[in-house]
Design a protein around this ligand. Structure first.
Ligand code: ADP
Length: 465
C-alpha cells in the first residue's frame, strides 16, 4: 500500500481511538452524574420525610389511607356478601386493586410536601410519582381477602397468590423514596413510592456541558491539525516529485543534442567522410545546430534560476495591444507555428496598456506554443482580445487534447506536467504556464483555464490597463 494511504489510515485510526476514549470518558462522567442525581434526591426525600414527621406528624398519606380504610370497610362488610362464585371474586379483586391504587395516587399529599421541600433547598420541584403496590389484603374480624401479592411477598406467605393485577410500567430513572407498610382495621397494604424526573437527562446535560464542549472541541482541533498536516505533507511530496520530474526531463532534453554532437564528432573522424566536403559541411551544420540548441537549454536553466532569485523587473511602456498581438501571432505563424491555422479577432482598437513588451511576448508565445504542441489533429488556434471593465482580456483557444478537470488547478505550478500518458511524447519542462502566470500576475492580472479533454482548451489572460 502507498505511504500516502498508510498515513491516512494511521491518522483516521488515531482519530477513531481519540473519539472512542472521549466517548468512554463522557459516558463515565454521565453515569457518575446520573448516580449523584439519584442519590441527591433520595437523600432530600429522606430529609423531607423526617421533617414532615417531626413538624406535622404525618407521612403525607393520612387522607389517602383514611379513604382506603373506609373503602375496605364497605367492601368487607357489604360488597363481599354479594359475591356468588370464583369468577365474581376474581373480578371484584381486580376492581378493588385498581380502586385502591387510584385512591393512593390521587389522595396522597406526599408529592406536594416533597416538591415544596426540594424547592426550599434550591432543587428541581417538578417530578412525576409512581406507586407500586406489592401487597394488598383486606381484613375483617373473621375474614381475610388476599387481593394481591408481588412475587417478593409470595415466597414468605403460604396463602394462595393472586394474579398480577396492575403493575405500572417501570420508569427507567425512577428514584425510590420509601417503602410503606400500612395497616388499619380493614386493610394491610405494602407499597413503594417513587419519584421520577422527566427532565433528568436535560439537567445532567447542563451539568456536563462544559466537559462535553471541551472534548468536542479537542476532537475538532485534532482533526483539523491532522488534515492540515496531511495536506502539507502531500503538497511537499508533490513538489518533491515535480522537482524529480524536472531533473529527469531536463537530463533527457540535454542528452539528445549531446548524443547527436557525439555521433557527429565520431562521423567526422571517419576517413571516407573527411574526403567528402559536402558530408563535412552537413555534419558541421548539424553540430552547430545542436550546439545552439544545447546553448538554449543551458540559458533556459540559467534563466530559471535567475527568475527564481529575482523579482520581475518590468520595463513598462505604453503599447498598442492590438498591434502587438498581431505581430506576436504573425511571427509565431512564420516560425514554429506554421503547421497551425490561426483565427484572430480583436476589439482593442486604440487601446494602449503599460506593459513590458518582452515578458508579454513570452507569455503569449508560451500559450501559442502549447496550443500547437498539445494537439492530436490539425491545430486550429483562435486568439481573441477585448476589453472588459478596466481590463484587457486575451483568450487563446485551441482544438487540442484538452486538460482533465482534476489537473487544471495544478497546471500553472512550477514543473507541473499533466501525468496522463507518456510525458516524453511531448517535450517540455512544465515551466511555460508557470511563467505565463507569473508574468500576468506581475502585470497585476491573472490567468485562468477552461478545458474539456478531447475538445480543446481556452486560456484567458486578463490585465488591467
Ligand atoms: P510544458 O508544456 O513544458 O510541459 P507548461 O507549463 O507549458 O509545461 O504546461 C504544463 C502542462 O499543461 C503541460 O505539460 C500540458 O500537459 C498541459 N497543457 C498546457 N497547455 C495545454 C494545452 N493548450 N492543451 C492541453 N494541455 C496543455
Amino acid at each position: 500500500m502507498k505511504q500516502k494511504n498508510w498515513i491516512l489510515l494511521l491518522g483516521i485510526g488515531s482519530i477513531i481511538i481519540l473519539i472512542s476514549v472521549q466517548v468512554f470518558i463522557i459516558r463515565g462522567v454521565w453515569k457518575q452524574k446520573d448516580e449523584m442525581f439519584d442519590l441527591r434526591y433520595k437523600t432530600l426525600s429522606q430529609e423531607a420525610l423526617v421533617q414532615l414527621d417531626k413538624l406535622k406528624n404525618t407521612n403525607g398519606l393520612d387522607t389517602a389511607l383514611f379513604i382506603v380504610n373506609s373503602y375496605a370497610d364497605t367492601v368487607m362488610n357489604k360488597d363481599i356478601y354479594y359475591i356468588r362464585n370464583e369468577k365474581d371474586l376474581e373480578n371484584k379483586k381486580k376492581e378493588i386493586f385498581l380502586d385502591i391504587y387510584k385512591i393512593l395516587v390521587r389522595e396522597q399529599d406526599l408529592s406536594q410536601y416533597l416538591s415544596e421541600y426540594f424547592q426550599s433547598q434550591g432543587f428541581e420541584k417538578d417530578f412525576n410519582i409512581q406507586i407500586v403496590i406489592n401487597y394488598l389484603q383486606l381484613i375483617n374480624f373473621d375474614t381475610r381477602l388476599d387481593i394481591y401479592q408481588s412475587p417478593e411477598y409470595q415466597k414468605s406467605k403460604t396463602t394462595k397468590s393472586t394474579q398480577a393485577i396492575y403493575i405500572p410500567p417501570k420508569l427507567k430513572s425512577r428514584i425510590l423514596v420509601n417503602r410503606f407498610f400500612c395497616e388499619d382495621n380493614y386493610y394491610r397494604l405494602y407499597f413503594d413510592y417513587y419519584i421520577d424526573f422527566s427532565n433528568k437527562n436535560r439537567i445532567i446535560l447542563r451539568d456536563t456541558a462544559t466537559s462535553l464542549v471541551m472534548s468536542t472541541l479537542s476532537i475538532i482541533v485534532v482533526v483539523i491539525i491532522f488534515l492540515v498536516t496531511y495536506r502539507n505533507l502531500m503538497e511537499e511530496k508533490r513538489l518533491s516529485n515535480l522537482n524529480a520530474d524536472f531533473i529527469h526531463n531536463m537530463t533527457h532534453e540535454l542528452k539528445t543534442p549531446l548524443s547527436t554532437i557525439t555521433v557527429a564528432g565520431k562521423t567526422l573522424e571517419m576517413e571516407q567522410i573527411r574526403a567528402n566536403d559536402d558530408k563535412i559541411l552537413e555534419t558541421a551544420k548539424l553540430i552547430s545546430k545542436q550546439s545552439v540548441h544545447l546553448n538554449q537549454l543551458i540559458n533556459l536553466i540559467l534563466e530559471i534560476s535567475m527568475w527564481e532569485r529575482t523579482q520581475f523587473q518590468l520595463d513598462r511602456k505604453k503599447v498598442d495591444i492590438e498591434d502587438l498581438l498581431n505581430d506576436i501571432v504573425e511571427s509565431f505563424r512564420n516560425g514554429c507555428g506554421n503547421s497551425a491555422r490561426f483565427i484572430q479577432n480583436y476589439k482593442l482598437k486604440g487601446i494602449t496598456a503599460d506593459i513590458d513588451m518582452v515578458y508579454f511576448t513570452t507569455m503569449i508565445n508560451n500559450l501559442l506554443a502549447n496550443a500547437v504542441k498539445y494537439s492530436d489533429k490539425d491545430p486550429e488556434v483562435t486568439v481573441v482580445g477585448f476589453k472588459e471593465k478596466n481590463n484587457i482580456v486575451i483568450k487563446v483557444a485551441d482544438n487540442g487534447i484538452g486538460i482533465p478537470r482534476s489537473e487544471q488547478k495544478h497546471i500553472c505550478d512550477k514543473f507541473y506536467r499533466v501525468t496522463t500518458g507518456n510525458i516524453h511524447k511531448t517535450k517540455g519542462l512544465g515551466l511555460g504556464l508557470y511563467y505565463v502566470k507569473r508574468i500576468a500576475e506581475s502585470h497585476g492580472g491573472d490567468v485562468s483555464v477552461s478545458s474539456k479533454p478531447g475538445k480543446g482548451s481556452i486560456f484567458t489572460i486578463s490585465i488591467p490597463y
